[in-house]
Ligand binder design. Sequence first.
Ligand SMILES: Cc1cc2nc3c(=O)[nH]c(=O)nc-3n(C[C@H](O)[C@H](O)[C@H](O)COP(=O)(O)OP(=O)(O)OC[C@H]3O[C@@H](n4cnc5c(N)ncnc54)[C@H](O)[C@@H]3O)c2cc1C
Length: 429
Amino acid sequence: MTVQVGKNANAIDKIALDAPIFDPAAFRLTDEQAGIIARARELGQTVFAGRAAAYDRDAKFPVENYADLHRAGLLGISIPKEHGGLGAEYQTYALAAAEIGRYCGATALTWNMHVCSTLWSGPLADDLDMDTATRAEHEHRRAIHYKRIVEKGAVYSQPFSEGGAAAAGGVAFGTEAKPVKGGWIVNGKKIFASLSGHADYYGVLCTEIAEGEKATRRNTLYLAIPAKAEGVSVVGDWDPLGMRGTVSRTLLFKDVLVEEDAALMPRGVYFQAALRWPHMFLTLSPTYMGLAQAAYDFTVRYLRGEVPGTPPVKRRMYPTKQITVAQMQIKLEQIKAIWFQAVTEARANPTKEQVLRAYAAQYSVMEGANELATLAIRTCGGQAMLKSLPLERIYRDSRCGSLMLPWTAELCLDRIGREALYETGETDD
Ligand SMILES: Cc1cc2nc3c(=O)[nH]c(=O)nc-3n(C[C@H](O)[C@H](O)[C@H](O)COP(=O)(O)OP(=O)(O)OC[C@H]3O[C@@H](n4cnc5c(N)ncnc54)[C@H](O)[C@@H]3O)c2cc1C
């Protein structure tokens, strides 16, 4: 499947396309899956890779990439076909996102926030319990969101971090939605809100609290608040180490009136999803799977003297470099194997073994991508980390993976250790 994107329509003919990270035959993907993933890879390599340095340098949101994602149908990758999307389920989306991450980390990470609004309200919600009336209401509401995305190219973000314990799942979100006739009044603050100032809708996680009630995680709401709504503002600057194109500034909500149709999930369904569909929190990892592959690809090309824009000097004959490449290849295959298994078995009510594997996959990818980038810089050498080449950006972007709540590297270790040693409800008393 070939993507025809604006001025770059002929670019594919001129560029030797990279092989997929996951070969469709070896990993037993269907032709339909392979087609969607190839569409993402071609767009990433032929268009996004060339723009990535400028977005990173200026910490500027990849607006142009989003227009291309819309044209290629990829804003609706996980929207069900009957609503005009590509109908990709979890595994297909994850593999496509890894291909985008290979060429532009910031685009892949922000695209993930957008796609999750459709994946969580779509195939994931279909697996969860709702009575008939609630499901019908959800069907009506999600159709509104999907239409905006498919027809108008609307972009959704997913701000849940608040700087306290809520994003780690420990307590209820501090952003509050007070029920009023026809909707809610929302007040609160979200930090590190990727796509701020650029998304059309902010998919805000907040707690519904009626007058006199106490906040509880059971009453979490997932609301798509229009960026232009009165009372919504974006504040603060954005000048981070890596993932600079995500533009993750602070969002403020002051007495924002939000109508009922803004609900991306019915009452109680987000809480149910967090308990019964834990792989929903693994969706930040595909970006970093792509970065891991990018660090390896760069190293092989560089040591062979084949990186465009560098002199054709070969460095591959040194045994130390061959050993490092061997170590990188082994690490990459380990990451790919556990991650592929984890994204393949994402489903409702996973077994304990599958949940532990999902944490282990997240940890392996997030830490592993940066380990590979570190090895790449060490073995390629000083000229390879100049800003004119992508490796130093891959290194900085990959450092951010372990910090992403709720499954940071530290929290994955914490959960694996505890959940491996204790069954639910078990204590030492
Ligand atoms: C590039 C980038 C983009 C982002 N985009 C988004 C976005 O779009 N939406 C969004 O909601 N968030 C986003 N985040 C935020 C991210 O998910 C985290 O919320 C943020 O990095 C947390 O930073 P903090 O310093 O407040 O973490 P803290 O809460 O201070 O935690 C610091 C560390 O302590 C550990 N820790 C935290 N809680 C516990 C606990 N209960 N037990 C044990 N250890 C704990 C964790 O390892 C954590 O990394 C983004 C972050 C980055 C770096």
